[in-house]
Each structure stands twice: as structure tokens, then as C-alpha cells.
Design a protein around this ligand. Structure first.
Ligand SMILES: Cc1cc2nc3c(=O)[nH]c(=O)nc-3n(C[C@H](O)[C@H](O)[C@H](O)COP(=O)(O)OP(=O)(O)OC[C@H]3O[C@@H](n4cnc5c(N)ncnc54)[C@H](O)[C@@H]3O)c2cc1C
Length: 301
């Protein structure tokens, strides 16, 4: 990568160099990224994107990094962080929030305003951009049920697209098919409800999460998607892998669909464990597990 790129990047955004991805992911795994940029306006983002496209520089938007397994290799490209896109406002019962907002903070803010709809997301440690990309969900609800429309940067234009155009399905959206599109903001449609009722629901779910998830250890949440037939945890328990470990990566004792970084796990430890589980489950149950956690910056897929 050319030296003058840094100077060009600095003209449009704040830039950091050689930043470990391990510090940007909830798994605390990942090699260094050559550049990390923090645009602070749509104008700055547009200028940045034009530069990256013109110079054919690889890039990746990262939200809270709570669904990423980054390899330990250096990433010779640009990580785009939208942390500064953190404004939101309410319009009657709708909430319009920029991509860098924390979905947990928004759920609590909506609760205090007596607006219901985001209760299920109050324990997902993610950004608005990330939960929209993933159509994140819990307790049989998902983002697609509360998203009205999404403000997107695509083909060097900013535009609102409808919920239908996002083609949401289980942990999937149209954004998977267009990794060059950037989610800028989301309009959520919420409903009025007593603050106390919302608070109670959120409290009980928080307690459930605390009781059932290893929140004291670095993880990326559920590793595998649930197959139609049976929840992934039953299959992993069925092959006897509760607590099983490779290097520093361990299947959680508390929630077997979580693999935790127990003791300086490498990306390779984590992936070897994932692959071993997939093989054993397929041998024993003839069911193919698919990773929900996304692999990033792996030379071999
Ligand atoms: C303790 C724990 C609990 C969890 N519980 C749940 C749960 O209950 N339900 C659930 O569904 N998930 C859960 N997860 C997984 C994770 O939080 C979700 O997948 C979440 O949607 C990821 O959001 P993020 O901001 O961290 O995105 P990242 O992990 O940073 O990125 C995920 C993907 O989104 C893309 N992306 C992020 N922002 C943008 C943007 N602005 N524009 C375009 N693309 C973007 C990235 O490029 C990447 O491909 C959990 C994770 C943890 C660690």
C-alpha cells in the first residue's frame, strides 16, 4: 500500500495506523489493521469512499465487532468505524438512529420514553449498523419487525430503502450480498407502552441472559445458526463438547453454542474448534451446522 494513502485518508477522516483488531472485537482476537478511519460526517464518508474505490483499496466497516472472528494475520486495508455516527432523534413513535449508536443504549432510551419494540435487543452488544446487517434477534423477535427503513450509501449515493428492500430473513439481509453498501442510519417503528412494563420485561430478560450466557468471558455470542430441526446447542451437547477446548478457545460450560476466548485464544484455535464441532455433528446427526459468526481476513476460507 502506498505511503501517500495515509496523507490522503487524513484529509477526509481521523486515522489510526496498525491497530490490533483484537481491540475492536468482543472475542479479543485478530491481527493488526493497517489503517482505521473515523469519518465524522456523510460528506467525509463520501469523500473517503470515493478515494478507496478510486485507489482500489480494500475496506471493511466494523460496528462493535461482536459477530466477527478476525484472523491473526495483518489486514492490509482500511477499517471504517462509524462510532461518530452516534446521533438519534424521535419522531412521534419512530426512532431514527445513526449506524454507530449502541442498540442497548437505544433500547433503554426508548424504554424511558415509553416506547416498546426494542426490548429483545437490550442485551445485544452491537451497533445499529451491525444489528441491521445481521437482522439480529432474540426471544423470537428480530430487527426486521421494528425496522421501517434504512438510510444507505450505495453506488456513491445516499438513499432510504424500505424494509422490504432489505430482504430480511433469519440472521440475513440484502447487505450480505452487497458488502460495499454502508448502513448510515435506521428508522425504527416503535409503539407506546407503559415504561414500567417495558422495564420489567427488559429486567427479566437481562436476568435470563446473565444466568444462561458466559458474559464474563470474551465471545461473539452464538457461534452457529440454529438448524430448522433442532437448536444448535443440543447437537453440540449431544457430541459431548460442553467445556471441550482447543488451545485458549473453549466451548462454554454455561451455554454450549458460545465459544469463549478463555486464555489468549488464537483465531486458529477458535476455527479449529468450530470445524471439529461441525465434523462431529455431521457424523453423528447428518446435520450441517453453519457459522453465525463471520470470518474476516482469512486467506483460506
Ligand atoms: C455476548 C453476546 C451476545 C449476543 N447476543 C445476540 C443475540 O441475542 N442475537 C443476535 O442476533 N446476535 C447476538 N450476538 C451477536 C452480535 O451482537 C450480532 O450479530 C450483531 O448484529 C453484530 O453487530 P456489530 O455492531 O457488533 O457488528 P460487527 O460484528 O462489527 O459486524 C457484523 C457485520 O455487519 C457489518 N456492518 C456493521 N456495521 C455496518 C454498517 N454500518 N454498514 C454496513 N455493514 C455493517 C460488518 O461489516 C460485518 O459484516 C451476541 C454477541 C455477543 C458477544
Amino acid at each position: 500500500m502506498k505511503d501517500e494513502l495515509l496523507e490522503q485518508l487524513k484529509r477526509v477522516a481521523d486515522v489510526e495506523c496498525d491497530v490490533p483488531l483484537s481491540g475492536m472485537t468482543t472475542l479479543h482476537i485478530g491481527g493488526p489493521a493497517k489503517y482505521v478511519v473515523y469519518p465524522d460526517s456523510t460528506v467525509g464518508l463520501d469523500a473517503l469512499m470515493r478515494l478507496l474505490i478510486e485507489e482500489e483499496i480494500p475496506y471493511k466497516v466494523i460496528g462493535k465487532g461482536s459477530n466477527l472472528l478476525c484472523s491473526d494475520d495483518p489486514y492490509d486495508g482500511v477499517i471504517i468505524r462509524l462510532d461518530r455516527f452516534d446521533e438519534y432523534y424521535f419522531l412521534d413513535t419512530d426512532l431514527i438512529a445513526q449506524a454507530g449508536c449502541s442498540i442497548i443504549s437505544l433500547a433503554y432510551t426508548a424504554m424511558r420514553k415509553g416506547l416498546s419494540g426494542l426490548e429483545f435487543a437490550a442485551g445485544i452488544p452491537a451497533s445499529v449498523g451491525g444489528v441491521t446487517f445481521m437482522n439480529a434477534g432474540a426471544y423470537r423477535s428480530s430487527m426486521s419487525e421494528v425496522i421501517d427503513s434504512v438510510f444507505v450509501y450505495r453506488d456513491q449515493k445516499f438513499e432510504w430503502i424500505s424494509n422490504e428492500e432489505c430482504e430480511f430473513s433469519y440472521r440475513h439481509s440484502i447487505f450480505h450480498l452487497h458488502p460495499d453498501w454502508i448502513i448510515i442510519a435506521v428508522r425504527f417503528h416503535l409503539e407506546e407502552r407503559e415504561t414500567e412494563e417495558i422495564r420489567e420485561l427488559m429486567e427479566s430478560r437481562r436476568n435470563r441472559r446473565m444466568a444462561s450466557q458466559p458474559l464474563d468471558k470474551p465471545s461473539a455470542g452464538s457461534v452457529f445458526q440454529n438448524p430448522d430441526e433442532v437448536p444448535a446447542w443440543k447437537l453440540i451437547d449431544g457430541i459431548g463438547y460442553r467445556g471441550y477446548r482447543i488451545g485458549g478457545a473453549a466451548v462454554s460450560e454455561k451455554h454450549v453454542n458460545f465459544i469463549v476466548n478463555d486464555n489468549h485464544a488464537t483465531a486458529e484455535d477458535f476455527l479449529r474448534l468450530v470445524n471439529e464441532i461441525k465434523e462431529r455433528v455431521e457424523q453423528q446427526y447428518q446435520i450441517r451446522l453453519h457459522m453465525e459468526v463471520e470470518r474476516f481476513n482469512w486467506k483460506k476460507q
